[in-house]
Design a protein around this ligand. Structure first.
Ligand code: C5P
Length: 402
């Protein structure tokens, strides 16, 4: 957590049962050398005591727009923050922040800042799934706010479902990646990222698909955008994304090839995060194949290898990054692909390991570079993996080749 040393971090705590977990986040931030200024909403006081929060933070807890020593605490807190994290963030705080209702110190501070904001929602599953909450979060995401999704698990009152505050480790990892990738070291670069798994039609309703969620590709695109790059995201999945990133929706490997081929020749960096199908049906039936006609025989053919064709036509100065999802001989297999496809870098992950790869919020990877260097990134959020990948891209572009 070197990234937080000497940085001013406002930790906002709103009124949810998970408020006690904010204590651990504060403690770890302070231990890592951050200056933590805590804010509690009135309702947060019903769950944890301000004395505990003040004792563990770098300054006494702030609670009101009016009782503070400073006459305008929200502007001081907002203007001096390097980052604001809200954990837990209730549906009310999320809505007030999205709509600009600055009725309390926490929301006023969120509106009075230009710093990166990280929102960690926690609520009951019904509330989490309500369209108002999801729409407000999509709006906040589109404005560049990082949202650390809640997890599935036990909730207040013994219910089980999605809505449990992300664990402190995940929240700290999102803070770390937001602060370490906060320089504009990709200014002037044009970057293409692909995300999601392709869908190859069998008939009018069925497809051959894979488990890729697109989360890693989106994290890379968002981080490249934050670091100043001009980013196009070619994606098979629709996820909320910060405005300023151009999204090109595609479905099949062929459509992805067409979209990437158009942009790649003039791009400085191409990151092929997408899980492209290796096979597709030779013919897709026009209508729906009927069950009563018996089990169909589907003949497959190879899809075009997009990355290999990009590697074969790579313009001078372009950085080409591939991903390799493997289940065995991870590094050796990835190394082979790095060379065969003429890549500058490949990000290898063992998708059979727990918590790694498709659909998870976390990943653990080895980044292999064409010059033989290997960087290991142990289990971390996909935001942190994105930081490591883009750090390697930036470094390889600024370090002269031997
Ligand atoms: O050879 P393999 O599919 O394991 O290589 C994975 C890498 O190649 C990923 O970066 C993926 O996006 C890319 N790929 C591709 N076109 C394919 C298959 C994979 O660009 N048809």
């Amino acid at each position: 957590m070197e990234s937080v040393r000497g940085r001013r971090i406002v930790v906002g705590i709103s009124g949810g049962i998970a408020a006690y977990k904010a204590i651990e986040v504060i403690r770890r931030l302070v231990d890592s050398g951050a200056h933590v200024a805590p804010i509690m909403t009135d309702d947060a006081h019903r769950f944890i005591g301000p004395v505990t929060v003040s004792a563990l933070s770098s300054e006494p807890v702030h609670t009101s727009l009016w009782d503070d020593a400073s006459p305008i605490p929200h502007t001081r807190l907002g203007q001096t923050a390097d980052l604001i994290v809200v954990a837990p963030a209730t549906a009310r705080v999320i809505a007030a922040y999205a709509m600009g209702f600055s009725q309390d110190l926490l929301v006023a501070t969120l509106i009075a800042t230009r710093a990166q904001v990280v929102i960690c929602p926690a609520m009951h599953t019904e509330m989490w799934e309500h369209p108002s909450v999801q729409d407000n979060l999509a709006l906040l995401r589109s404005r560049g706010v990082i949202v650390v999704d809640p997890q599935e698990g036990r909730l207040a009152g013994g219910d089980v479902g999605t809505g449990r505050l992300a664990d402190p480790e995940t929240i700290l990892s999102a803070i770390d990646s937001a602060l370490s990738g906060s320089g504009r070291d990709m200014e002037g670069l044009s970057v293409v990222v692909t995300a999601g798994g392709t869908r190859e039609p069998i008939d009018a309703v069925r497809v051959i698909a894979n488990r890729s969620s697109g989360k890693q590709g989106y994290a890379i695109a968002e981080q490249a955008h934050r670091r100043g790059a001009s980013v196009t995201l070619i994606s098979t999945v629709e996820r909320p994304v910060v405005s300023g990133i151009e999204v090109v929706p595609v479905e099949t490997a062929q459509q992805m090839l067409d979209a990437v081929s158009l942009l790649a020749p003039s791009s400085d960096v191409v990151v092929m995060t997408a899980a492209v199908a290796d096979f597709r049906p030779v013919h897709a039936a026009d209508g729906k194949i009927k069950k009563h006609n018996g089990i169909p025989e589907i003949t497959l053919e190879a899809t075009p290898d997009i990355l290999a064709s990009l590697g074969a036509a790579k313009p001078a100065g372009q950085t080409l990054v591939g991903f390799a999802a493997e289940t065995d001989d991870v590094v050796a297999n990835a190394q082979g692909k790095l060379q065969r496809k003429n890549l500058d870098m490949i990000v290898a992950n063992d998708v059979s390991a727990p918590g790694v790869g498709f659909g998870h919020d976390t990943n653990a990877v080895s980044i292999l570079l064409a010059d033989g260097q290997q960087i290991q990134v142990p289990l971390a959020t996909k935001h942190t993996i994105a930081t490591a990948v883009l750090d390697s891209v930036v470094k390889s572009r600024t370090t002269p080749r031997p």
